[in-house]
Design a protein around this ligand. Structure first.
Ligand code: ZN
Length: 128
């Protein structure tokens, strides 16, 4: 069982120690989880996140939510990292150049208002 929260998970990702939770059946999920969302197994262990993943799907967001106000347009992507899928923002690529299947690495980046109470971090992907 893992008691780790999502913020702690993002911090680990930012320090290059990303991981995901894996059950005995090999299902991947992200914290916070007390049991596998796929099969209900309570036996979750932290498994190192692969160094690279591939873009599974993406969309170009032209109107940003207030949190991303300075960022539009940006590319929101879902990337396959083997055992688990991550959702985040694709950096370092023009929206026109994003492609399904491109290889990326995952990182975490502080939001612009991280000093405020609505801060925190978000998952970002960069081309490898
Ligand atoms: Zn499972």
């Amino acid at each position: 069982m893992s008691e780790t929260g999502y913020d702690e998970w993002l911090a680990a990702l930012a320090s290059g120690e990303g991981y995901y939770l894996e059950c005995d059946e090999g299902h991947g999920s992200l914290p916070p989880r007390r049991s596998c969302p796929h099969c209900g197994s309570p036996d979750l262990r932290e498994t190192a996140l692969p160094a690279s993943g591939t873009v599974e799907t993406y969309s170009v967001v032209h109107v940003a939510a207030p949190t991303f106000a300075g960022d539009a347009p940006y590319v929101s992507a879902i990337c396959d990292f083997g055992g688990v899928r991550l959702t985040g923002v694709l950096r370092g690529v023009d929206a026109d150049d994003a492609t399904v299947g491109m290889t990326v690495e995952a990182d975490a980046e502080a939001r612009g208002d991280a000093e405020g109470d609505g801060g925190g971090s978000l998952v970002v992907f960069r081309p490898r």
